[in-house]
Design a protein around this ligand. Structure first.
Ligand code: ATP
Length: 242
């Protein structure tokens, strides 16, 4: 029996785009109070419904600005949908934005504990996982360096290593791998396959169709905030690439 782990039910997301230029918070507050802010609603996602089954590895495909990251943020609970509902089962490790959950003024060591807490792990958990995280990230020489001095690839290494040191029920990866070098990307792909074997459900965004086909079995094709198709990854990739 298949088990639904993510259920997206008639979800829409509207952002308010402020067209007014304001130069200070004071000016913003005054304009808001006087209702002088020129707000234009923008619908980023409209009436999205689909289900993800446990153990599936789902790619979200679509052109820039189609709504992939917004949908992942809704699933991760970072954003709330304007209408509709989202149900998820179990723990979620979201890698949505490079450096999210980190404090750039803190060192890699300090950020491991900070990010661990954000993901819901205790300090004792993180102490026991610490060496494994550093080994996987290969950042041994940079453990006590503030991460504001890290390259984007180093941040991705740290984020991926923390998020995958345990086995979350749902792992969300939004474009993070693309900034890693090819050796680290290969290592991540092996780790992702191990997690899939272990029962983790993957939600994956990448503009590399090679990587998508390597990692995912299903795909959802999003265009301008609408779901065009959902199904087998190879079929959807072929339609997307036309
Ligand atoms: N906080 C926000 N406020 C206003 N508009 C937003 C906000 N976040 C996203 N948008 C808009 O929603 C639309 C979808 O953005 P989103 O980042 O989800 O696209 P994407 O498919 O992930 O794009 P890309 O492939 O370029 O990463 C875009 O037009 C974007 O400008």
């Amino acid at each position: 029996m298949s088990e639904v782990i993510v259920e997206i039910d008639h979800v829409s997301m509207q952002f308010n785009l402020y067209k007014e230029r304001v130069d200070s918070i004071k000016e913003y507050m005054i304009k808001m109070f006087k209702k002088q802010m020129n707000v234009e609603p923008f619908i980023a996602l409209q009436d999205i419904s689909f289900k993800v089954e446990k153990g599936d590895s789902l790619a979200l495909l679509g052109m820039n600005g189609s709504g992939k990251s917004t949908l992942l943020k809704l699933i991760a609970g970072v954003l709330k949908p304007t209408t509709g509902s989202i149900k998820t089962v179990g723990t979620i490790a979201p890698m949505i934005e490079l450096g999210a959950g980190f404090d750039i003024d803190l060192t890699a060591r300090e950020n491991i504990f900070l990010n661990g807490a954000v993901l819901g792990y205790s300090k004792a958990d993180m102490v026991s996982h610490f060496d494994k995280i550093i080994d996987f990230s290969e950042l041994h020489d940079f453990v006590d360096v503030p991460i504001k001095n890290f390259s984007s690839g180093m941040l991705a290494r740290l984020g991926f290593s923390i998020s995958t040191v345990t086995q979350p029920d749902i792992l969300i990866i939004d474009e993070i791998l693309s900034v890693g070098d090819y050796k680290f990307q290969e290592k991540c792909e092996i780790r992702i396959h191990e997690m899939i074997q272990g029962g983790t459900t993957i939600l994956f965004v990448s503009h590399s169709m090679e990587q998508v086909k390597e990692i995912c079995n299903k795909a959802v094709y999003i265009e301008k905030g609408h779901v065009l198709e959902y199904g087998d990854v190879h079929q959807i990739c072929d339609r997307y690439m036309v």
